[in-house]
Each structure stands twice: as structure tokens, then as C-alpha cells.
Design a protein around this ligand. Structure first.
Ligand code: NAD
Length: 255
């Protein structure tokens, strides 16, 4: 009788270095905490330095290792500088989590027919272009070292096309998912996996009561729910999972 050899496990990210974008609050903070709890050393990025600092301090207070990095991930120079600071202070980046994203680009939701062309880039810069910038910045060293995890937070709005008023947000998120699938093909042979986690409505979303009633789990998602999914995809046990989009949605959208 042959015995199964010990394969990869989900057991921990000890010593791994993670950069999480937009991690100063909510979902990104939950991801940073989950990775730190699994043993990763976390670079907490946010556009707002004080938010990044707050998350990093919380991680440190819980016995983890973290640094805060204020940077705009839409800006190539600032992305480069954020990666350089991470490498200098924590070591080579093993895990990139593209979390920073926004559904409304600071303006009220608009139907596509009403949306001026000049507004399009406000949605696409953060939800798509920043994902490409961050991936570009970390990929070569990951491939050279033979290990990497790139995980992008997308949305059920982009995967399934709901709800109305989010067409450009959906375009950005779906673009990031398509990009990730092709990138997974390109870099799998170097030990780098590329996946997405597609979120349903989180607890800070404003949804109608009937949406909650239609949710099989009868509750909105939490940053901890997302953090657990990301920690899995970052783990050694997920080394054969790539090019995928994991829906973390409370079972609401089952298409
Ligand atoms: N909240 C939801 O219901 C929901 C649903 C589906 C998907 N998502 C996705 O989850 C991710 C996190 O959502 P959230 O609700 O926690 O967002 P949030 O707005 O609460 O937090 C995002 C953080 O990103 C930071 N940020 C914004 N622009 C940045 C930039 N250019 N560079 C660096 N940091 C920047 C912000 O300062 C903020 O702290 C996003 O990608 C979002 O699209 C959220």
C-alpha cells in the first residue's frame, strides 16, 4: 500500500512578506490582520497615511509585524517607492493583495448613458490600472525567486453585472479578473499564482432589507470573511490554485 506523501498545507505564512493596498480600514484592514495572524510580515498601504498607521499599530499590538506605507497606488512612482520601502524594511515581497478599489469614484452612481466620457478614467484608474501597476512592480522579483501570490479583490458587480449604476466599476473589476486569468498562465511556471476574490455586499454597503433576506447566510460579509479567503489563497496549500475567482458572497449570487 502506498502512503500519501505530505503535500503542501495551509499551515501558516510565517516569514512571508505581504503588501496589502488600501488596508487602512474595512476589507483591506481585515486582510492585513488575517495575513499577520497567519505569520506574515505586512506592509499596510493606504492613500491616507494615518489609516495605514492605525492598522499597522493594531497588528503590532496583537503581536504581529507590520509597517505603514502611505502611497497612491494609481501612481507608478509611488507604487515603486512603496515596494522599495517594503523590501528595505521587511524583505522581498511574497504576497501582493490588490485591495484598494472604489465603486463610485467620489461621484453619485450614474447610468452609463448619463456618464460623461471624462469620468470614465476615475473608475478605471484605481479599479484596474492600479492593479496592473502593482502587479508589474512585484512580478519580476517573484518570478526570479520562484514564489509569489497576487490576489486581487474584485466584486460580484463585475462578475455578474449587478447592480445598475456600476457599469464602469464593473468594467474595472471584470478587467482586473480577466487580466489575472491571463497573468496566471504566464507566470505559473515560476511558482507565482494569480487569483481574485470577488465580494458580495459587505457590512458597510447600503443594501435594501430584502437583499439581506434573500441572502442564504442572512448577513453581510465582514473583513474577517475576506481575510480568511485571502489567507487561504496566499497559503502553501493553495499552490495549485491559480487563475481563479473565489466568490465570497454569503451565497447570495449563485450564478
Ligand atoms: N464594501 C463592499 O460592499 C464591497 C463589495 C464588493 C467589493 N468590494 C471591494 O473591496 C475592496 C475594499 O472595499 P472597502 O469597502 O473596504 O473600501 P473602503 O473605501 O472602505 O476602503 C478602501 C481603502 O482604500 C484606500 N484607497 C483609496 N484609494 C487609494 C489609492 N489610490 N491608493 C491607496 N489606497 C487607496 C482608502 O483610503 C481606504 O482606506 C475594494 O476593492 C472594493 O471595490 C467592496
Amino acid at each position: 500500500m502506498s502512503s500519501a506523501s505530505a503535500g503542501p498545507t495551509n499551515a501558516g505564512l510565517a516569514g512571508r512578506v505581504a503588501l496589502v493596498t488600501g488596508a487602512g480600514r474595512n476589507v483591506g484592514a481585515g486582510i492585513a490582520h488575517a495575513l499577520a495572524a497567519a505569520g506574515a510580515h505586512v506592509a499596510v498601504n493606504d492613500l491616507h497615511g494615518e489609516r495605514a498607521e492605525a492598522t499597522a499599530q493594531e497588528i503590532i499590538a496583537r503581536g504581529g509585524t507590520a509597517i505603514a506605507i502611505a502611497a497612491d497606488v494609481c501612481d507608478a512612482e509611488q507604487v515603486r517607492a512603496a515596494c522599495d520601502a517594503t523590501i528595505r524594511e521587511l524583505g522581498p515581497i511574497d504576497i501582493l493583495v490588490n485591495n484598494a478599489g472604489v465603486p463610485d469614484a467620489g461621484v453619485p452612481l450614474q447610468a452609463f448613458r448619463d456618464m460623461p466620457i471624462e469620468d470614465w478614467d476615475r473608475y478605471l484608474r484605481l479599479n484596474l490600472h492600479a492593479v496592473l501597476l502593482c502587479a508589474k512592480a512585484v512580478l519580476d522579483p517573484m518570478c526570479d525567486r520562484g514564489f509569489g501570490r497576487i490576489i486581487t479583490i474584485t466584486s460580484e458587480a463585475g462578475r455578474l453585472g449587478v447592480p445598475p449604476g456600476l457599469s464602469l466599476y464593473a468594467a474595472g473589476k471584470a478587467g482586473a479578473a480577466g487580466f489575472s486569468r491571463v497573468l496566471a498562465h504566464e507566470v505559473g511556471k515560476f511558482g507565482v499564482t494569480v487569483n481574485c476574490v470577488s465580494l458580495g455586499p459587505m457590512e458597510n454597503a447600503t443594501m435594501r432589507e430584502q437583499v439581506l433576506k434573500a441572502m442564504p447566510t442572512r448577513r453581510y460579509g465582514t473583513p474577517a470573511d475576506v481575510g480568511a479567503a485571502v489567507a487561504y489563497l496566499a497559503s502553501p496549500g493553495a499552490s495549485w490554485v491559480t487563475g481563479q475567482t473565489l466568490a465570497v458572497n454569503g451565497g447570495h449570487f449563485t450564478t
